[in-house]
Design a protein around this ligand. Structure first.
Ligand SMILES: *Cc1c(COP(=O)(O)O)cnc(C)c1O
Length: 424
């Protein structure tokens, strides 16, 4: 499918029925597959033959959706996970063990920040968080002899920082380690990080990809471009795996080594698979992703412009605005639009923000972002509720900050809702 444009791939990739087979991707809601001989199944366990035997290791519905996403990102292989958190964890854990280290942008999703900084530390894997706007020299200074990866988000949730992917890839590659990019907010419709030098991409598919807030999920995609053998730092991929009959992943699977190891080892042992039914729902979301992203972005652009000219609003962050700190990087990496998430401050601080939120009628107060329905969150009252105003500022969250996730409703109705809440 690689010659088609992304709108076509979103519909057509991953599943091509044969004569007489269902037109729509079927849900294989089965944990297991039947075989005629002991020998036939034994060969599957040895990775000698490919075939389905247990859904924790592979399932046709999940595989078809993973193949579609691999195609959308321009990668060689992908694996679905039960959540975005699992995808982020697997992407690092597949190549880092106790005693290893990686470098991560400090502007990442809160769940990722905690996973990397607290939970992975308990496993003996250390992270250094660096300013996403670091110079090459500053990035280089964070590297240690045991550094195994760089990690960042295309558009950071919720800071809306646009990452200079090319710069990060350059420094990562100079140190013979891969760059892993969380592309959740941009989606492959608006940015394909492999085209800028990233090696691995992860997503929380829970957000725009699903798009309807029905299923928590994640995905890890490999570009196939990173040379694990030449890098000489990844024995887990380049030396025999005793837990899998002495297979050497790079030798046996070439460009698919990273994802095969993740399936055969990490997923086999940790088991964070999505249900085939959730994969089916994700696939429905993917089919309309380009249409929805276009609307999310055009709505968000109009709302960002409306907010920046409103005298009750103290500031607006959205890289589509010419004055935004990340406008230039946005033009480079996200020329067709960024995402539907805007953050802004209401004059009058925390109290005014709470009053504004409580007066919204259409925009719903939810912890979710990036789905079809306009939603809104006040971090100072919700996700960061326990912090004092001083602590909030240290975390980069001002007391007046509102995270506004623009949906695909008619933009005039959303603006009218904002207007009446500001007037109230
Ligand atoms: C939501 C989110 C995650 C975590 O994903 P879940 O599906 O909620 O586990 C990771 N990264 C980013 C950028 C996110 O927005």
């Amino acid at each position: 499918m690689s010659d088609y444009r992304i709108e076509t791939k979103c519909i057509q990739s991953g599943y091509t029925p044969e004569n007489g087979e269902p037109r729509v991707l079927p849900i294989y809601q089965s944990t297991t597959w039947k075989y005629g001989s002991t020998e036939a199944m034994g060969r599957l366990f040895d990775l000698e033959d490919s075939g389905y035997f247990y859904t924790r290791l592979a399932n046709p519905t999940n595989d078809a959706v993973a193949a579609k996403i691999a195609d959308l990102e321009g990668g060689v292989a992908a694996i679905l996970t039960s959540s975005g958190q699992a995808a982020c964890f697997y992407s690092i854990f597949n190549i880092c063990t106790a005693g290893d280290h990686f470098v991560c942008s400090s502007s990442v999703y809160g769940g990722t920040f905690n996973l990397f900084g607290v939970t992975m530390k308990k496993l003996g894997i250390e992270v250094t968080f660096v300013d996403p706007d670091s110079t090459e020299e500053e990035l280089q200074n964070a590297v240690r002899p045991n550094t195994k990866a760089f990690f960042g988000e295309t558009i950071a949730n919720p800071a809306l920082v646009v990452l200079d992917i090319e710069k990060w890839a350059k420094v990562a590659h100079k140190n013979n380690v891969p760059l892993i990019i969380d592309n959740t907010f941009a989606t492959p419709v608006n940015c394909r990080p492999f085209e800028w030098g990233a090696d691995i991409v992860v997503h929380s598919t829970t957000k725009y990809m699903d798009g309807h807030a029905t299923s928590v999920g994640g995905v890890v995609i490999d570009s196939g471009n990173f040379d694990w053998e030449k890098a000489g730092k990844f024995p887990g991929l380049t030396t025999p795996d005793a837990s899998y009959h002495g297979i050497t992943y790079t030798e046996k699977f070439g460009k698919a080594a990273y994802i095969t190891k993740m399936t055969a080892q990490v997923m086999r042992d940790l088991g964070s698979i999505p249900s085939p039914h959730n994969a089916f729902l994700l696939n429905l979301g993917l089919e309309t992703l380009p249409l929805r992203m276009e609307r999310h972005c055009s709505n968000a652009q109009k709302i960002a412009e409306y907010l920046s000219s409103n005298d009750k609003i103290s500031w607006v962050k959205y890289c589509g605005l010419p004055g935004d700190k990340y406008h230039e990087l946005g033009q480079k990496y996200l020329p067709n639009g960024s995402c539907g998430v805007i953050s802004f401050g209401v004059k009058g601080g925390r109290e005014a923000a709470v009053k504004f939120m409580d007066n919204l009628k259409l925009a719903a107060i939810v912890t979710h972002v990036a789905d079809a329905r306009t939603s809104v969150l006040h971090p100072a009252s919700h996700t960061h509720r326990q912090l004092t105003d001083e602590e909030l500022l240290a975390a980069g969250v001002t007391p007046d900050l509102i995270r506004f996730s623009v949906g695909i409703e008619n933009v005039d109705d959303i603006i009218a809702d904002i207007q009446q809440a500001l007037d109230a």
